[in-house]
Design a protein around this ligand. Structure first.
Ligand SMILES: [Zn+2]
Length: 271
């Protein structure tokens, strides 16, 4: 898969914070497609009050976990644009800040705007059916908030429970949540995946969007989260690109080695 990236993603930073540019430090960034900023998609996804708050905040905190710096506004508009570009080119958006915790009205959990939901909602408005598959170690509460009840979207998430943000404890409507206890590995993932597969077949999406966090990967194990997936679950969802129009967006993953392994896999797969 092609990588969609913009150097401005490295300018979003706050000293000492785990969601840092160092996360991408082991990825070879030579050959990539640059996105355009997409304020239009941000405005269709988030509330005017919240957008204004991010735009006017020069440096500070959206919530106790989520910072804004002087470059955050620019990086966040480009991150939303990168998800859309990734959809257009069947690529992977190597974005910062991540997005899946951002709800319509607020950023949280290191996320400013919801990159994958902004693309999914635009596709839904165009009449396309999209399945979002979220392999991050945390539940994408923001994605669920934005797509719940949308007939053109289904959302699948495996995530550690108990764990941040404490949502996704059961399926809700078009959101197929599979909470996994700390210590869960590939076997637990595939039990969930096998339950969801018939739903995906039945829904028959036009597009699949992957919300890929590498904090579920075993190399992130024991720091912020306690799932220990190998690359197999990631490989399984990436291989759907053989049958579906597929793209992906980076969410979490805080050990640079996790992201490196993940991106190596992504670059070696798909179109
Ligand atoms: Zn996460």
């Amino acid at each position: 898969m092609k990588i969609v990236f913009h150097p401005t993603f490295l300018d979003h930073k706050m000293p000492g914070h785990p969601e840092s540019p160092e996360r991408l430090s082991l990825v070879k960034l030579e050959d990539y497609i640059e996105p355009e900023p997409r304020i239009d998609l941000v405005e269709k996804t988030h509330s005017p009050d919240y957008i204004q708050r991010v735009k006017t905040m020069k440096e500070g905190w959206i919530d106790p976990d989520t910072y804004v710096c002087g470059k955050t506004w620019k990086a966040s508009l480009l991150a939303v644009g990168a998800a859309w570009k990734a959809y257009e080119v069947n690529g992977f958006a190597l974005v910062r800040p991540p997005g899946h915790h951002a709800t319509r009205d607020k950023g949280m959990g290191f996320c400013i705007f919801n990159n994958i939901a902004a693309t999914a909602l635009e596709l839904a408005r165009q009449g396309k059916k999209i399945a979002i598959l979220d392999l991050d170690a945390h539940h994408g509460n923001g994605t669920q908030d934005l797509v719940l009840g949308n007939d053109n979207v289904i959302y699948f998430s495996t995530h550690q429970s108990p764990g941040y943000p404490g949502t996704g404890l059961r399926p809700e409507g078009n959101c197929f949540n599979f909470p996994l206890p700390p210590g869960s590995g590939d076997g637990d993932f595939f039990k969930s995946w096998n339950k969801f597969s018939p739903v995906l077949e039945e829904f028959d999406p036009d597009v699949i969007g992957l919300s890929l966090g590498f904090d579920s990967y075993f190399k992130d194990y024991g720091w912020l989260t306690y799932l220990k997936f190998s690359l197999k679950p990631y490989k399984t969802v990436l291989s759907l690109g053989e049958r579906y129009h597929l793209f992906g967006v980076l969410e979490g993953g805080y050990n640079p080695e996790s992201i490196k392994d993940g991106v190596d896999l992504i670059m070696n797969m798909g179109p």
